[in-house]
Design a protein around this ligand. Structure first.
Ligand SMILES: *Cc1c(COP(=O)(O)O)cnc(C)c1O
Length: 400
């Protein structure tokens, strides 16, 4: 830990543990202590740790062809692009859609932002984003991110972005106009504490953006690739809605860094030769990992598993004393703590002592985003420990 502090920039605060090994939904720290991983590297390790399908795909690919520049393509890259088009836009003619492969969520959103800038050009300088939105930390994605503490130290950011209240159709209607290039939304706001957009909002957003000639960009970086129990959370929340652009990352590579922009219709051809690029994006090792993730989710019906475990677990969690609310979909769960309890960060630290890794995106919320392969027993063991930890905190409060 001292060596970390001396060598690594202090952007993340002090790390909770030094982790040395993972297997399935379990992790071990440098002292040999075991944890159940209910965070999965923030919704990333969807197949858990050291999954044989990812190990095999990555090992085979890197021992065959590890990297080429984007002057060339590889079979893995082409197959992944085709898969992402059919997973993101089922029922659309495949030739209407195109993919740009990047390395992270923020990069996927940078590319989406550039697509928005190309849409309508100087005649559409405005981009709408939602209050409490999180879209990433690079300058463009940061401009789309709402939290002042993240933004203000880095201003001036790319201009033209306006924030409107999340889920408010009337606010969207009055903000939209012929000078708006795009609206970007997360179907479930993850960093804001797992807050789902209200029913009907995405449908209204699609209708209103279409009327105004603006693009609808859905950021599925955290919610996509099965985490909600469907390939994309917007498929579940708003089945008829076809966005122009969808961004993906986190779970896509199952732990190998990769991001993607999937666009359809006019938006699919707005970035032309020379207008965007990346050295590593579309790297065959990352693509092979993503293909292994997709094949495994499909082959083992993990979407069904996420849906069933997620809804049963949410019911269990809601019955815990001290839990006020359980939000989210599938295995992206926000556990809302009752007022008067210690801050969620303290509860998360106590839970780590008891061997469960979770995080606290807000002072009143514990976030669970475990691997899809989490067992029923591990989920129930957490519920039991959480109820003990909250009972203890409630009795301390009553005694003080
Ligand atoms: C995590 C996240 C991002 C940023 O992804 P990085 O890979 O950390 O750059 C963007 N959007 C959403 C919704 C996220 O949850």
């Amino acid at each position: 830990m001292d060596r970390y502090t001396d060598a690594v920039m202090n952007t993340f605060g002090t790390p909770g543990r030094v982790l040395v090994r993972g297997q399935g939904a379990h992790l071990w720290d440098a002292d040999g202590k075991e944890y159940t991983d209910l965070l999965a590297g923030i919704a990333v390790n969807c197949l858990g740790h050291a999954h044989p399908a990812i190990v095999e795909a990555v090992s085979t690919q890197i021992s065959t062809l590890g990297h080429v520049s984007n002057f060339f393509t590889t079979p893995a890259q082409v197959r992944l692009a085709e898969e992402l088009i059919s997973l993101t836009f089922p029922g659309r003619p495949a030739h209407d859609s195109r993919v740009f492969l990047a390395n992270s969520g923020t990069e996927a959103n940078e590319a989406a932002f550039k697509i928005a800038r190309r849409h309508g050009g100087a005649g559409r300088p405005r981009v709408l984003a939602l209050q409490d939105a999180f879209h990433g930390r690079t300058m463009g994605a940061l401009a789309l991110t709402h939290k002042a503490a993240y933004r203000e130290p880095f201003e001036p950011l790319p201009g033209g972005v306006e924030f409107i209240p999340a889920g408010d159709t009337e606010a969207l209607r009055s903000a939209l106009g012929p000078d708006v290039a795009a609206l970007i939304v997360e179907p479930v706001q993850g960093e804001a504490g797992v807050r789902e957009l209200p029913a009907g909002y995405l449908e209204a957003a699609r209708e209103l953006t279409r009327t105004a000639g603006a693009l609808l960009i859905i950021d599925e970086v955290q919610t996509g690739m099965g985490r909600s129990g469907a390939w994309m959370a917007h498929h579940l929340l708003a089945p008829g809605v076809v966005p122009d652009v969808v961004t993906l990352a986190k779970g896509l590579g199952g732990g190998i860094p990769i991001g993607a922009v999937v666009a359809t219709g006019e938006a699919a051809s707005l970035l032309g030769p020379g207008q965007h690029g990346t050295t590593f994006g579309g790297n065959p090792v990352a693509c092979a990992a993503a293909l292994a993730v997709i094949d495994t989710i499909r082959g083992q019906d993990l979407l069904g598993r996420v849906e069933r475990l997620g809804s049963a677990w949410a019911r269990e969690l809601l019955a815990v004393d001290g839990v006020d609310e359980v939000r989210g979909r599938g295995l992206l769960i926000g556990v809302g703590l009752a007022t008067g309890l210690p801050p969620a960060g303290e509860i998360a630290a106590t839970l780590a002592q008891y061997g469960f890794i979770v995080n606290a995106p807000r002072p009143d919320t514990i976030r669970l985003a475990p691997p899809f392969i989490l067992s029923d027993d591990d989920a129930s063991a957490f519920t039991t420990t959480l109820s003990e930890v909250l009972a203890q905190a409630l009795s301390e409060k009553a005694g003080s």
